[in-house]
Design a protein. Sequence first.
Length: 328
Amino acid sequence: MQLISIVVPCYNEQEVLPLFYKEINKVMAQIKDKHPDTEFELLFINDGSKDNTLNELRELALKDKCVRYISFSRNFGKEAGMYAGLQNAKGDYVVIMDADLQHPPAFIPQMYEYVLSGEYDCATTRRVSRKGESKIRSWFSRQFYKIMNKISQTEIVDGAQDFRFMTRKMVDAILSMKEYNRFSKGIFSWVGFRTKYIPYENVERAAGNTTWSFKSLFKYSLEGIFAFSTAPLAISSFLGILSFIISLIMIIVTVIKWLAFGDPVQGYTTTICIILMMGGLQLFCIGILGQYLSKTYLESKKRPIYLIHETEEDAHKNQNDLSQSYKD
C-alpha cells in the first residue's frame, strides 16, 4: 500500500474547510479507483486560528479516520505550518496545499502520475497569469522573482507555488534543513530534485478572505532575499566605495576651483547635504547588517519552529472520556 499524506496549513479557514473537504474527497476517490493500493491521510495544521477552524477540524477528525490535525499554541506563520506538516506526515508521498482551493485539488491525480512514473521527484503548479490580483501587486511579485534570481544562486521559478506533490526522499531532504527563519520557495529549489512544473491560470479563493496583505507579502519577500542571498552585504560595500570615490572627486574639484579660479568654498548648504547623504547611507548599510545579525541571533537561540497545543488524538480521547462519563 502507498500512503499519500495531504498537508493543509490553515489560518482562519472555517468558511472554506467544508468546501475543501468535499473537493479533496472527490479527488481521493478518483485516485483510489485508478490505484486501489493507495491510501490517504489528511493532515491539517491549525496555525493559531482565531475563528472556528479548530472546531471544524475536531468534527472532521471524529467522523473521518483519515483526518488528522495539529493545532499550534499560537500563530507561528505558514512556514512553520508547512514544516510541521512535513515533519508529521507519515506518507510515502506528501502533498502540500492551501485550504482556500486556490490550489485546485483536481491537479493532484496528474501530479501523482508524474511522480509515480519515476521521472520526477516533485510535481508542482506554476501560475501563468495573475488574474484577480491588482496590477501593482503583480508587478512587485514579478520584480521580486527577477531580483531574487539575479542576486541568488538558487533559482526560483516565477509563479511557482507551494502546492507540491513530493516523494519521501525529497521531503526528508527538506526536513534536514532545520533553520528557524524559513523561506520554503527557496528551500524547495535549493534541495534540487527533478521537478515538473504544471502551468495553470490563477484561481480565486472559494470562500473567506486572504490574510496575505501587501505588507506581509513584502516582508515575506525580504525574508527570502536575506535567507538565500548575501548580495545586500555586497551592496553595502559597493555604496561605501562609491561614496568614497564621489567625496574624493568633490574634494579635488573644490581644491582646483579654489586654486585656479579663486572661487570661495561653499559652506553651510554643501556641508549639510553631504552629512545627510553620508548619514543616510551609513544607516542604510547598518540596517542591512542588522537584518543579517538578527537572523543569526534568532538561529542561535535554537527555539522550536512551532509548539503543539492539540492533535486529533486529544479529540478522540475527549470523546471517549465523555462517552465513559455518560456510561458511569
